[in-house]
Design a protein around this ligand. Structure first.
Ligand code: BDR
Ligand code: CA
Length: 356
């Protein structure tokens, strides 16, 4: 079993990240911290507690973290997640546990240090503000953790051929601007501090939009999740609630981005990343090899303006990934994953959650 600390801003897709982190048998979820983002900090914290209550996992401690960026004001995403951050269902329970009083960064450090070195993943599915503060305040943790998994960024340039549309003749790769993805854009200074740390960068897996847009919660998938594989248990309140959330998410993705097949389920992929190397290690879940070569990247976050003259100062929040020479250590960015296996992992977690 590996230990996972999940830092999130629930958030429709964050709710599925919690499902996986809380119900994968090979993962022990040691704590959750919340961050502003999809909604205010008060709401994302309430949502995390409510989701844990719905999943029968109120023993997982929840801590409130940052309510704004390292240097920037808070930004929310009501067009995508609704005002509450989890609009679309009336089935969210009133939480039966409260957030703990301790500051999130302190609680994270304590929990990580209690685990044996090299056994713990930090998974970030929101702005990376809390996580950046963690490694700034406790720099030795960069050596202590096994890995850092971040859902964020957009690579573009034909990396996986997933694009968000066009702006004039130019491919749009970001979801919050032409170039930038939400989690990175709202606190680019935080993200930059993580990727600029060479010890951490060598342990980081970044799952960008180019990959998450390969995992769409289509109508068929929603149906599978609602009823369960082989109708083990059939439609339950938890399944109905999660699928109502997906239906809302599907509508906002169709309305805002014109993606009608189903919404990309970004955040649980960052949890699934931690499975590589433990479950079915002989068949890695994610694909980090291209043309037979193991790929590692130098990742730069543009905090102001642009990274070259051609982009005329318009790239704040962009993730620039440069392939490193063979053998050099750096950030891992998957090109793809076993999508069918991912959905079967989600369904397995639903079954386990249903049994509680
Ligand atoms: C990311 O932004 C948020 O809205 C989602 O929860 C996800 O973490 C996708 O860009
Ligand atoms: Ca999120």
């Amino acid at each position: 079993q590996i230990h996972v600390w999940l830092d999130c801003d629930p958030g429709h897709d964050d709710a599925f990240a919690i499902l996986l982190a809380a119900h994968l048998p090979s993962i022990k979820l040691i704590g959750i911290s919340t961050v502003y983002g999809n909604a205010s900090l008060a709401r994302t914290t309430y949502n995390a507690l409510s989701i844990l209550t719905a999943m029968g996992k109120t023993d997982v401690p929840v801590y409130s973290g940052a309510s704004s960026g390292l240097v920037r004001p808070e930004v929310h995403a009501p067009d995508i997640h609704g005002e509450s951050g989890l609009d679309g269902t009336d089935l969210l329970p009133v939480p039966t546990a409260k957030a703990k009083d301790k500051p999130a960064v302190e609680a994270m450090a304590e929990a990580l240090l209690k685990c044996e070195a090299g056994t713990t993943w930090v998974v970030a599915t929101g702005a990376t503000t809390n996580v950046a503060q963690l490694f700034m305040t406790y720099p030795d943790l960069a050596i202590h953790v096994k890995g850092l998994s971040i859902m964020g960024g957009a690579i573009g340039g034909g990396y996986t051929n997933v694009v968000m549309g066009k702006v004039g003749d130019i491919e749009r790769i970001g979801n919050w601007s032409q170039w930038a993805e939400f989690n990175i854009l709202i606190d680019p200074e935080a993200a930059a501090s993580l990727f600029d740390n060479p010890i951490l960068a060598a342990k980081t897996v970044l799952t960008p939009l180019d990959v998450t847009h390969q995992v769409l919660a289509t109508a068929d998938i929603q149906d599978l999740l609602l009823h369960g594989k082989g109708c083990v248990k059939g439609k339950t309140t938890l399944r109905t609630m999660l699928v109502e959330l997906l239906t809302f998410f599907a509508k906002t993705y169709a309305d805002v981005f014109g993606i009608t097949e189903g919404p990309p389920l970004h955040d649980p992929l960052a949890v699934a990343v931690c499975l590589d190397g433990i479950v079915g290690a002989e068949i890695p879940f994610f694909d980090f090899v291209e043309g037979g070569k193991r790929e590692r990247y130098k990742v730069q976050i543009i905090t102001e303006g642009s990274h070259d003259e051609a982009h005329a100062g318009a790239e704040t929040g962009r993730t620039v990934a440069t392939l490193l020479p063979d053998g050099q250590e750096g950030v891992k960015i998957p090109r793809g994953l076993d999508v069918a296996r991912f959905w079967s992992v989600v369904e397995d977690c639903m079954e386990r959650a249903d049994k509680i």
